[in-house]
Design a binder for this molecule. Structure first.
Ligand code: ADP
Ligand code: MG
Length: 265
């Protein structure tokens, strides 16, 4: 396995409250991992720690987060900003909120390239939106965020985050607030980016069904600890923890299958 990300004994607190207690996880280049747990279990804290986007009240007490040989815990701000702009992309829960309401989608996409000092090639935005599974890219490029559905906004947010070709995509509850159809589309998009384009993925979600749809490995988090981790098929079929079984039983039975995009068929 070509190591990309290695989290070693990470402990993070908000004042006296410990949100992560000695969390260790590894991810190889091009791999996918979903971290699953109830609200308050520490998922966002984990993802924000990796991107070093923690709120100021949070304190990394101990541990290391190595990304391609750089320790993100001790790296200077300049290095973190450069990694976030190129190698590590972040998708927030609410796609609409990550877009600027005052500018069209096309302008925001072009801005990302310009901010990286790159020329905008002709039809670039259109091609990018097509890659995101958006069928009418011309209309979406010309639209303001308020003119788009929640699912479209989330796919545009993913487009913005992957525009510069990151090797790691971090997604925090990327389907929160979306209906089932939009959720499947965003799940399919993340699965595609990982399986077909080799972007490594760490997504956190309370929905183990969604986790199984997009990731090859699942880690289950409870009260700031990883209580179970393994290949998706094994965790779903033979969970080692009763807690994991509860999460599986909580998935609504709507005929969703757990087959991932990019797995053939
Ligand atoms: P999740 O994303 O799984 O819902 P979080 O990482 O947001 O979990 O929260 C983990 C724990 O840290 C919770 O107990 C939560 O109350 C606490 N927490 C999260 N953010 C803050 C904050 N900004 N200030 C204080 N406590 C926080
Ligand atoms: Mg959260």
């Amino acid at each position: 396995m070509d190591g990309l990300l290695e989290i070693d004994s990470l402990t993070v607190s908000y004042g006296p409250n410990r949100a992560l207690a000695s969390v260790s996880l590894e991810l190889g280049a091009g791999e996918s991992l979903a971290v699953v747990g109830e609200s308050g279990s520490g998922k966002s804290t984990l993802l924000r720690s990796i991107a070093r986007l923690l709120p100021c009240q949070a304190r990394i007490e101990s541990g290391a987060i190595e990304f391609r040989g750089t320790d993100l815990v001790t790296a200077p701000g300049r290095v973190l900003r450069s990694l976030r702009g190129s190698q590590i992309a972040y998708v927030f829960q609410n796609g609409r909120e990550s877009l600027d309401p005052l500018f069209t989608v096309g302008r925001q996409l072009d801005e990302v390239l310009r901010a990286h000092g790159k020329e905008v090639p002709p039809s670039w935005g259109e091609a990018l939106l097509r890659r995101m599974g958006i069928e009418d890219p011309g209309r979406v490029l010309a639209a303001f965020p308020r003119e788009l559905s929640g699912g479209q906004c989330q796919r545009v947010a993913v487009a913005l985050s992957v525009a510069c070709g990151p090797s790691l995509l971090l997604a925090d509850e990327p389907t929160g607030g979306l209906d089932e159809e939009a959720r499947d589309k965003v799940g399919g998009l993340l699965g595609d980016l990982n399986a077909r384009e080799g972007v490594a993925l760490v997504t956190v979600t309370h929905d183990i069904g969604f986790a199984a749809q997009v990731a090859r490995r699942i880690a289950v988090m409870r009260d700031g600890r990883i209580v179970e981790e393994g290949p998706t098929e094994r965790v779903m079929a033979r969970p080692s923890q009763p807690y994991t079984r509860e999460l599986i039983d909580a998935v609504p039975r709507t005929g969703r299958t757990f087959r991932r995009v990019g797995d053939g068929a």
